[in-house]
Design a protein around this ligand. Structure first.
Ligand code: GLN
Ligand code: ZN
Length: 758
């Protein structure tokens, strides 16, 4: 009999119960045991749900109060010294101190660094190790959660992060070799596996997702060494789980590791099926990841079934397992709770629960005939999606087919553009500007909530927003900024705001996905061809420009960022969807230009996030990503100045592409790195204008102008002063007005000082 398993389930709860519980605990309004009660209630509910949906075996230890990599570090006692006293005194407070930092009782520690989990929008905490790092089994969380499931009557398979991926996902603070710590780590894993065996676990899912990355010979040796060492200890059988890509060149040696089974991602990498099955050890279990764990679409079961049947023929039902491609952490829980989606779209979607039901249908179809009805329903859904006029719009296809190379090139090169733009804008040296948003105060959010729940009329909401915008424009004039913005008060979120106005996007009510810790996002769903029915921002930009003689910067979110922060349709290449968004934005850019807006900024903070996991695929991505940006902006005349903004980026290895975007001005986050990020631009001899952020917007701290002139002096020492703009690191929406005012006054002062010096 083929087994239906799952690799992991969302933890946060349909109504974000975990978020509420965590935040009230952090505020001191709930006790630790209240928090733990919520956590165990969620685990129980989710196990139940998975079983009801048809899972034979449910995952355990996939739950986390904050992050599973942090859990692993904590369990292994990889706790940096600065947190140790806290963790020893109170493990839970210590754990949260690693996650979020801690201030009080004479202690002041910042959190571990956070970074993206592969190419998902989930963020994990990066364990900090050092040369003399030791490990011990500090907690038995995996055992406890296994026993908890067992006691409730669930057949559960513990999930643990494998030792090699754990080290590769960590960093050493002293520059020592992470993998050199492997020998100290292995005994702790052996101890944990022994305990799981004693507790009654017959299988463990050991996640080694780094196996889908480029792995060098040292990495390879580490896997060999680790799994050889774990081969002969008392332990459950090991299912080595890989996901997010193909094993590719790693396959040849992975199949000789002494484990008992392999999970492969056949959604991201269906092409690896034959190679894997051909090289599979005759003892191994094979877990097929056939349902997309990272996206919200129903599976085309007619495409998947032949594959599963082939595997069944080759290795038999006993050794075959069916699973999602990866943990379901990256999708919302249950689509049946969505009552307001368009009927078509609703029927095409599968969230975590529906994905397990799909797997049930496949498993049933393998063993008996009672899946016919479910298969037929699935088929109807596929064909309705394939034939829907809301998905396929001939006008969009036609327009896409007509674009040629000219569409993604500015009329003249940068030097020529710069001259006409200077004539038109007449900006001083070191022009000052901001990145777009101004404080989204309680009043702003309250007004929007009231408007959305019909407690405030459209007219009153508009009047309110106009007053905010006007105040913001006056403020910027008063303190002497050169290029103004309208403040983005009308926007809830930089992607949602545009998605709501474009054809082809749908929005959920409860489609929450964990971003990090208690933070969740509700990504828009791009289900169909994207089109702009009417202008989106022009009225606000025009209104704001009418209030001032200074240049008002139009403000848009770029095509790659919209794509990156949404659930994207899977029935055409991502590049095609991105081009459609780019064309919609191109219309907006041209309308802004026609409305007299002479400076337009298109934010692309997520450009780097879209990089493929394997290096050899980078160029393809970067080519279409930068082309899409240009497609959005290149329709304008020379005199229209195009800005872009990218925060949180490392630029060194993508400098060619940043240059290929050919924005007249780029603003980047640099203040926290003491302008280090600028080095990439210097090395590259980046020719266009740059606004290196001169102050950190993540904290309410008000920097003095002298600090900013210091940073600018550093920039001047390596770049042409004529290239430089002066702006904060990013938008100001999370800040309050008092510190915003104070900081910007200092910033303008710093720019003025620079004009005198240089
Ligand atoms: N224009 C946006 C803002 O100011 C940019 C946000 C971002 O870069 N993430 O809020
Ligand atoms: Zn930013």
């Amino acid at each position: 009999m083929t087994t239906l398993t799952n690799l992991g389930f969302p933890r946060i709860g349909v109504k974000r119960e975990l978020k509420q519980a965590l935040e009230s605990f952090w505020r001191g309004e709930a006790t630790a045991s209240e928090l733990q009660d919520t956590a165990s209630a969620l685990r129980k509910r989710h196990w139940q749900l998975q079983r009801e949906a048809g899972a034979d075996v449910v995952p355990c230890n996939d739950f986390s109060l904050y992050d599973h990599v942090l859990d692993t570090a904590f369990m292994l006692d990889a706790i940096p010294d600065r947190y140790r006293a806290l963790a020893d005194a109170n493990p839970l407070s210590g754990y949260f101190a690693l996650a979020r930092g801690f201030q009080g009782d004479g202690i002041d520690v910042h959190a571990l660094e956070m970074t993206k989990w592969f190419d998902t929008n989930y963020h994990y905490l990066v364990p900090e190790l050092h040369e003399n790092q030791t490990f011990r089994l500090r907690s038995d969380k995996p055992v406890a959660e296994f026993l908890e499931a067992k006691k409730l009557g669930f057949k559960a398979r513990p999930v643990i992060v494998g030792p090699v991926s754990f080290l590769l996902l960590s960093k050493t603070v002293d520059g020592s070799d992470r993998l050199a710590l492997l020998d100290r780590l292995i005994p702790v894993y052996a101890e944990l596996l022994g305990k799981l065996k004693d507790a009654g676990a017959d299988w463990v899912q050991i996640d080694e997702p780094c196996l889908v990355l480029d792995q060098d010979s040292d990495d390879q040796a580490a896997y060999r060494h680790a799994y050889r060492a774990l081969a002969n200890v008392k332990r459950p059988s090991l299912l080595l789980a890989t996901y997010f890509g193909a094993l590719e060149d790693n396959l040849s040696w992975v199949t000789s590791l002494p484990v008992d089974g392999l999970h492969i991602d056949l959604v991201r990498a269906p092409e690896q099926f034959d190679a894997v099955i051909d090289s599979l050890s005759s003892q191994w279990v094979l877990s097929l990841g056939i349902v997309d764990g990272r996206n919200v679409w129903r599976t085309d079961l007619d495409r998947v079934l032949p594959l599963v049947k082939r595997a069944h023929q080759r290795i038999g039902g006993e050794r075959l397992q069916l699973a999602p491609s990866c943990s379901l952490l990256h999708v919302p829980i249950d689509v049946t709770l969505e009552k307001a989606l368009p009927a078509g779209v609703y029927s095409w979607l599968a969230f975590a629960r529906q994905k397990i039901e799909e797997l049930r249908t496949v498993a049933d179809a393998l063993s008996s005939a009672n899946a016919l009805h479910a298969l037929e329903t699935a088929r109807l859904r596929q064909s309705s999606r394939k034939n829907s006029p809301d998905v396929h719009r001939p006008d969009v296809a036609k327009r896409l087919a007509q674009i040629d190379g000219h569409a993604s090139r500015r009329m003249s090169d940068y030097t020529q553009r710069r001259a006409v733009q200077q004539q038109r804008l007449r900006l001083p040296a070191f022009p000052t500007t901001t990145i777009g948003s101004f404080p989204q105060t309680h009043e702003v959010r309250e007004a929007r909530a009231k408007y959305k729940s019909n407690k405030l009329s459209a007219a009153d909401y508009e009047t309110f927003l106009q007053a905010e915008t006007q105040r913001c424009v006056r403020f910027q004039e008063d303190i002497g900024l050169d290029v103004l913005v309208h403040g983005e008060f009308e926007r809830n979120d930089m992607v949602e705001y545009f998605g709501e106005q474009l054809d082809g996007f749908a929005f959920t009510k409860l489609g929450w996905v964990q971003s990090y810790g208690s933070r969740c996002v509700k990504p828009p769903i791009i289900y169909g061809d994207v089109r702009r029915p009417s202008p989106m921002t022009v009225a606000w930009s025009r209104y704001a420009q009418s209030l001032t003689r200074r240049p008002m910067k139009g403000m848009l979110t770029g095509p790659v960022t919209v794509l990156q922060w949404s659930f994207v349709r899977d029935d055409q290449p991502r590049a095609a969807t991105c081009r459609q968004i780019a064309l919609a934005l191109r219309d907006e850019v041209l309308d802004l230009e026609a409305a007299g807006i002479g400076v337009i900024q298109i934010d692309e903070p997520a450009l780097r996030e879209g990089l493929p996991l394997r290096r050899n695929q980078w160029n393809t991505y970067l080519d279409w990503a930068t082309e899409c940006f240009r497609l959005a902006v290149c329709g304008v005349r020379d005199e229209t100045q195009i800005h872009t903004h990218m925060c949180y980026s490392e630029f060194n290895d993508i400098m060619d592409s940043v240059a290929a975007m050919d924005a007249d001005v780029i603003s980047i986050e640099t203040s926290r790195s003491n302008m280090e990020l600028l080095d990439a631009f210097v090395k590259f001899r980046y020719p266009n204008d740059i606004g290196p952020g001169v102050y950190d917007i993540h904290s309410p701290r008000v920097p003095r102008s002298a600090e900013m002139t210091q940073l600018l002096a550093r920039a001047v020492s390596v770049l042409n002063p004529n290239q430089l703009w002066v702006n904060p690191d990013c938008g100001l929406k999370t800040r309050g007005w008092p510190e915003t005012r104070a900081a910007l006054v200092q910033m303008v002062e710093a720019a003025q000082a620079m004009r005198h010096i240089v």
